[in-house]
Design a protein around this ligand. Structure first.
Ligand SMILES: O=C(O)COP(=O)(O)O
Ligand SMILES: [Mg+2]
Length: 214
């Protein structure tokens, strides 16, 4: 069944933001006098929101876990320039355009906070999205199903008529909990195994073919 709405994850799915997140995380840790993380470490720490990214950087450096203060420093650095070092993933513009041309509504459900999300969407001219739910839009964030359910509700469709496209186990678990179809695009920031039975796509164009293959 071709869905009436498709909701996308952001980091690792529509954009490669690892260079920008790595830059901000490394600068944060240096500011606080701790070992900066490697790029590979940062990629494996992305997906659960800024708080977890910073907490994982502190833990990896063996630093005392005053995540609250470190998150403040990170947000100051990151929010000042979330765009440098961000690249649109291959096929991202094409899948968004193809879905829009078919009259399919577009949503975004990310654990990244709303302010940098908006800067990135505007700066890269990605979208327009009919609904954007970010990491600080609700008290819950992924893998809690609430943000994805909220996105579907904003789009005015039933979960059974929508699909979620993501790059991590967090996205897969969120979709399972929200009882929504999930397409996993390989090549993002996956750091844990996926739930059994997950539909995997090699690329965003593979995801598009899967969506239209009814
Ligand atoms: O901010 C994060 O941890 C990841 O964001 P995402 O949900 O767009 O992958
Ligand atoms: Mg992601």
């Amino acid at each position: 069944m071709i869905p009436q709405a498709v909701i996308f994850d952001l980091d690792g799915t529509l954009i490669d933001s690892a260079p920008s997140l790595h830059r901000a995380a490394a600068e944060t840790m240096k500011t606080l006098g701790h070992r900066p993380p490697s790029r590979a470490e940062v990629e494996s720490f992305v997906g659960d929101g800024v708080g977890m990214l910073v907490a994982r950087c502190l833990a990896a450096a063996g630093a005392p876990a005053d995540a609250e203060d470190a998150v403040r420093v990170f947000r100051q650095i990151y929010d000042a320039d979330p765009l440098t070092g961000v690249f649109v993933m291959d096929g991202a513009r094409e899948i968004l355009a193809a879905l829009t041309a078919r009259g399919i509504r577009l949503g975004l459900c990310t654990n990244k906070p709303l302010a940098p999300t908006r800067t990135i969407l505007t700066g890269l001219a990605l979208g327009p999205f009919d609904a954007v739910v970010a990491g600080d839009s609700l008290p819950q964030r992924k893998p809690d199903p609430a943000p994805l359910r909220h996105a579907v509700a904003l789009l005015g469709v039933a979960p059974a008529q929508a699909a979620y496209v993501g790059d991590s186990h967090v996205d897969a678990e969120t979709a399972v909990a929200a009882e929504m179809r999930y397409l996993h695009v390989e090549g993002g920031y996956l750091s844990k195994p996926l739930p059994p039975g997950t539909t995997r796509c090699r690329s965003l164009s593979g995801a598009l073919a899967e969506l239209f293959d009814d």
